[in-house]
Write a protein that binds this ligand. Structure first.
Ligand SMILES: Nc1nc2c(ncn2[C@@H]2O[C@H](COP(=O)(O)OP(=O)(O)OP(=O)(O)O)[C@@H](O)[C@H]2O)c(=O)[nH]1
Ligand SMILES: [Mg+2]
Length: 379
């Protein structure tokens, strides 16, 4: 800005003992500026200086600086131009910066808000995906509750990977262990594949391992009077010792008779979850005073229905399950319900049956196999 004095001499006068405040008035002419000052403060003002200034918009204006007694100043300015505000005038930039800072804060909050809405929708989408495949909401909520505020929540792919990892960690495998002689009993709902799986296991242990194990069958499935003796048939083909019993006493005698065998595979009657009579009878067998520990394995079909899961577990968990063998992997692409069962009940998996062929369609349980199939279904 250009400045030049316009004829007013500096007449800055202090009245001794009084404090004066300065203020500048701007107008087209010095007279107008001075009149404004008088209008505001009355005639007690003292003229300090007057100059003509060329403003950036090219206009010439007059700046008239006056001094005013502090008491008058306070009285007139209170509420509009207090000294602090005049000082603040100097720090307008700071005020602006403060406002900018505030704005930035609000923007950040809005961004966070937006992010959390994205999170929510991403989270909901991913949860819906897994729930649609059969994984329980409660399990998902538990697992995801630890992620609150985590960036993973806004990235669908990361979130899916995280959940898959959690599933992987929650699943348990029971390694095959044949070091000790053992009794393996297979229980489970009707037609799930108990007898077929026993035949597969027998062939594996007797003929397909590094060393052959001495294997025998004990058949508790004597309920189907006159029915085809499926297990006896496999026993004949594989030349495996085979005893059928129909009472706890006969079971105990059978176990004594088979003492020299490394692995005794016990087949049981197919039990519907509601078939308590047969069930209780099997429990008696299990709880009887057997010479070796009886390992109880629940056969569960990969095609298990959601509504049946609880019943199955409640009806068989009394048997103190050692492991779960999963059958009929070849009959479904959808493994969510089964996975959900495994996540909920946390019994380790030992074998997978993947078809009807004896002995080939049997695998050692593997998380990778289960998860690969599940991921295939997710995609
Ligand atoms: N697709 C397929 N079928 C299987 C599998 N395992 C068994 N099966 C078939 O399922 C049917 C029933 O098998 P079983 O071994 O008799 O079943 P179970 O549990 O002994 O049946 P019950 O003794 O009547 O309770 C048979 O036709 C088997 O061939 C499997 O993994 N996949
Ligand atoms: Mg059977």
């Amino acid at each position: 800005m250009d400045e030049k004095n316009i004829g007013f001499n500096s007449t800055f006068v202090y009245e001794k003992g009084s404090t004066m405040m300065n203020e500048t008035f701007v107008a087209e002419t010095p007279k107008d500026a001075y009149n404004e000052a008088v209008l505001k403060y009355g005639t007690s003002i003292k003229l300090i200086s007057a100059k003509q200034v060329k403003y950036e918009d090219g206009q010439l204006r007059c700046e008239v600086a006056i001094a005013v007694p502090e008491d008058v100043f306070m009285e007139k300015s209170l509420g509009e131009n207090t000294p602090t505000q005049i000082l603040a005038h100097k720090t307008e930039e700071e005020v602006l910066l403060e406002e900018l800072g505030e704005l930035k804060k609000q923007l950040a909050l809005m961004k966070e808000d937006m992010l959390s809405t994205t999170n929510d929708s991403t989270l909901e989408k991913v949860k819906t995906l897994f729930m649609g495949k059969g994984i329980a909401k409660k399990w998902l909520d538990d697992v995801l509750s630890t992620l609150m505020g985590n960036g993973i929540l806004s990235d669908a792919k990361l979130l899916v990977s995280y959940i898959l990892e959690e599933i992987d960690e929650s699943l348990e495998i029971q390694e095959e262990s044949l070091d000790e002689p053992k009794i393996m009993m297979l229980v489970g709902p009707t037609g799930v594949g108990k007898t077929t799986t026993i035949a597969k296991l027998a062939a594996r242990y007797a003929y397909m391992m590094e060393r052959p194990y001495k294997v025998a069958f004990l058949n508790l499935d004597s309920y189907k009077v006159g029915a085809f003796d499926q297990l006896g048939h496999y026993a004949d083909i594989m030349q495996i010792e085979h005893i059928t019993v129909d009472s706890v006493e006969a079971f105990m005698r059978g176990l004594q008779a088979l003492q020299e065998y490394d692995i005794i595979l016990v087949d049981t009657a197919g039990m519907s979850p509601y078939d308590t009579q047969k069930f209780v009878k099997t429990v008696e067998f299990v709880q009887s005073d057997a010479p070796r520990k009886i390992e109880v394995n629940l056969l569960l079909s990969a095609t298990v229905k959601y509504e049946d899961m609880d019943d199955i577990y409640n009806n068989f968990s009394f048997l103190n399950l050692n492991s779960i063998i999963i059958s009929k992997f070849d009959e479904t692409k959808h493994l969510g319900t089964l996975l959900n069962f495994m996540l909920l009940y946390k019994v380790p998996m030992s074998y997978f049956s993947v078809g009807q062929e004896v002995p080939d369609d049997l695998l050692l349980a593997s998380k990778e196999y289960l998860l690969e199939r599940f991921i295939g279904d997710l995609e």
